[in-house]
Design a protein around this ligand. Structure first.
Ligand SMILES: [Mn+2]
Length: 346
């Protein structure tokens, strides 16, 4: 496996000098952040990111994400223009040596939590999702933790209204339309597309979601069979869905060569419904068996990119929620241990 770390570019408060000191770190996972969604990324921006990483001995082989414009997801008349721009971005990232692109197809919100600084028993804090708190949110007057700056109230209400006419089937067909145009270019330039699952893996505010479980994945892979049409196995996202058997999914999709990118984090189911809290990476701290998941991946041929996903705020750090340094670095070390053990006992 290749251990990587998400890095928000030159403005990230965590310097590459620290990232390179995490044991076994091979490279960064990053993106161009100052270009509006749907537009073409300047090649100079990509080269600048790559150069900064290379100067510190780090690779830049994974992009997370090239975001998909809402008009593509909604299948609007101008989607072909945005798809053409997307394809141009695929060509450009390939040109600077990128091998894998993570993206998602979630309408409007690409993740959702009800609390950004949930206080844990050990004094750390982390992201959490409470079913009871979610029920109290009024979709017509949305003030969501972590989302308030992304859209104005008017924009948000307008988008939610537009999506009222989009069914699960529509959204799926729009995904297939997108992939049928993008994947042939990926086949040509050697890019692996890795769709990120819905987070959490169920519909929210009446918005359809179509990458939540095994059935969804099978449907998507059957529709566009190229192996470059693949998956980011995000254990925390799928794992919030209690019917998702992560060990089985790891085994099945590793064997099929569909897992191009791995996000490893644990979550703790906190009541009888859909609630969960993000916890440290170790199996003992949450509801997922991380060792069994990694073993299933390795035994079935997975040898791709891995990154520690969200961490807690620990050691007094007040990091970008989920993306502080310390707990992700501890998670990385734990991941190294799980992989070394699994790989040597294959
Ligand atoms: Mn993830």
């Amino acid at each position: 496996m290749k251990l990587t770390f998400r890095w928000y570019g030159l403005k990230d408060s965590i310097p590459l000098d620290y990232i390179r000191q995490i044991p076994n770190m091979s490279g960064v996972v990053t993106a161009v952040y100052d270009v509006p969604v749907g537009e073409v990324w300047p090649i100079e921006s990509l080269q600048k990111l790559k150069q900064a990483a290379h100067e510190k001995g780090l690779e830049m082989e994974v992009i997370e994400s090239i975001p998909v414009h809402e008009d593509i997801k909604m299948g609007k008349g101008n989607r072909d223009l945005y798809i053409a721009n997307y394809i141009e971005n695929i060509r450009r990232v390939a040109q600077v040596g990128v091998k894998c692109v993570c993206y998602n197809f979630m309408p409007v919100f690409d993740w959702l939590r009800t609390e950004m600084h949930h206080l844990n028993k050990d004094g750390s804090n982390s992201l959490s999702y409470s079913y009871d708190d979610f029920k109290k949110i009024d979709p017509h007057n949305l003030h969501l933790p972590g989302w308030d700056e992304s859209y104005s109230q008017d924009e948000l209400q307008h988008l939610l209204k537009e999506y009222q006419n989009i069914s699960h089937e529509d959204l799926f067909n729009n995904l297939v339309y997108f992939l049928e145009r993008v994947i042939p270019v990926c086949d040509e330039v050697g890019i692996k597309m890795a769709i990120h699952p819905d987070d959490p893996p169920w519909d929210i505010f009446g918005l359809p979601r179509i990458v939540s479980n095994e059935n969804d994945l099978d449907k998507m892979f059957n529709a566009v069979p190229s192996v470059n049409n693949g998956l980011t196995l995000c254990t925390g996202s799928f794992g919030a869905g209690r019917n998702n058997d992560l060990v089985h999914m790891a085994k099945k999709y590793a064997k099929a060569g569909r897992i191009h990118f791995l996000h490893l984090r644990n979550i703790l189911w906190t009541d009888d419904y859909d609630s969960f809290c993000e916890v440290g990476h170790c199996s003992k701290d949450g509801s997922l068996d991380m060792a069994k998941i990694v073993k299933a991946l390795v035994d079935n041929g997975f040898d791709g990119y891995v990154r520690p996903d969200h961490g807690r705020n620990i050691f007094g750090e007040d990091g970008k929620p989920g993306y502080g340094l310390y707990d992700r670095a501890l998670g990385a070390s734990y991941i190294n241990g799980l992989f070394e053990m699994a790989e040597k006992n294959k």
